[in-house]
Design a protein around this ligand. Sequence first.
Ligand code: ZN
Length: 63
Amino acid sequence: MENDKLTCKSCGGDSFGEGKLDGYSALQPVDKIFSNGSPIICTVCLNCGEISSIKVTKPHKFK
Ligand SMILES: [Zn+2]
């Protein structure tokens, strides 16, 4: 099964790429000082640059 069909809410485009924030840009849990957090994956419209989705790759880190 492919990814859910995405449509850009800004321009209506349907071509997307993925970007990753990692290292110092990883999202840290607010109450876990010694955790190293989780990288973030952004899904970006290739037409206008709108970010349609932002996900962390390790959601269990935030429990
Ligand atoms: Zn767009």
